[in-house]
Write a protein that binds this ligand. Sequence first.
Ligand code: ADP
Length: 488
Amino acid sequence: MKQKLIPAVAFTMALTIAGCSKPATSASSADNKEAIKTDYDVVVVGAGGAGLTAAITAAENGASVVVLEKQGTIGGNTALSGGEIAAPGNWLQQEQGIEDSVELFYEDVMKGGDYKANPELVHKLAEKALDAATWLRDDIHVEFEDKMLFFGGHSVMRSLVPNGETGVEIIKKLKAKADELNITVLTNTKAEELESTDNTVTGVKASTKDGDLTFTATKGVVLATGGFGSNIEMRKEYNPEMDEKILSTCSPGSTGDGITMAEKLNAATVDMSYIQTYPTCDITSGTLLYVGDVRLAGRSILVNKEGKRFVEELERRDVISKAVTEQTGGVSYMFWDESAMEASGVKDAHPEEYEKLIKDKHLVKADTIEEAAEFFDIDADNLKKTVANYNQYCADGKDLEFNKRGDLVPFGEGPYYIMVSQPAVHHTMGGLVINTNAEVQDTDGNTIKGLYACGEVTGGIHGTNRLGSDAIADIIVFGKVAGEQVSK
Ligand code: ADP
């Protein structure tokens, strides 16, 4: 539903289809501006998954809440994502007899981020991730599919998939709950500056098409403005490698505003140079390619122009991305067969993206391996050998080349598919320093009173590298914490 077009258009469409853009109150005319209420208990900046979760939790605790969103539609990167949430000990794992634990998840997150994350924050994430998923299912009425995905770097399959394999399902349901709780959501309303008195944050100055408005917050402000993946200058400032040559999967709203605003109040940041690229994105737009989730179903291999595998396909995103950039042309070719296509369901879940990839000649379906290889000028003899070797590893139950994790399923009859892709900026691990109460810390290690942050705007939760499906766990867990704390 959402990847066919460029991100902004795609997600507007997705949310319109989901019925989400309509209820968002718009601060669009001078008359409206006069009429808009500006005094609240809580002001939340950013209407992605973290912001809406914080707003709902605060409102459930009795606070009056406004959410400011600078774009014309809500959802941010959350809506663009696949929406999968890592949840150790979840209901599908129990049904399938997959053993998991808070400790194992904690260890995976720490190891996946090279032990650079803040252990206290990761403990909180690991302890509360299942609660977060259950809250989404039972309180927010998010529908989950009857399957999980195996994201790179996790030791077991633990990632739940919302209906339609899209974060739109989560945003749509969070918005419905926000409406039920009479939370005001103002789109086209950009937070510009934090207001503070006596070292306590008291409100937010925002701009609208019709002029400026100052929103006062008697209890506090929650920053949930997402990351800075779409801000090339900021990316380069912290990591010169992440320059304009690298495309981005991110929402245009991911420009680091929350970080910049909080820094003016002496807020501390952490891990700002850790910027993640997603390994398999569109080579012309940078959009994350969900047809490529056949890889996460464990049913594809990645090869290079020479027709050879070069990395474990379920490795961490940073490892795969780095390996891809070292291959001929800086791209990878994902290979799979018809039975993988059917078993993974990726074509049915993402039909528009599939058709667009075929039209753009970024994906080919062919009866034979040779034919598929020739389409991309890949060494066909090598590819055939690679596939035969891989099938032998599957028969032996061990991948002797890259030790691929999970079940090894051999490739069978055609048709076969090959998709070209390359890495694009996806997530910024760094951000504002928070404590386990989601309170923003200043550069002297003190809490900035009245200021909370949650979601991608924060740092320290994923270390050098975020594992797939940990972001949704992060934004819901810490969105809830921020909402609870600010409304106390
Ligand atoms: P998270 O996953 O942490 O919730 P998202 O990217 O999903 O992050 O959502 C962040 C939202 O914040 C986006 O919709 C983005 O447009 C919005 N946003 C960013 N900066 C501002 C700002 N200055 N004022 C209002 N909204 C903002």
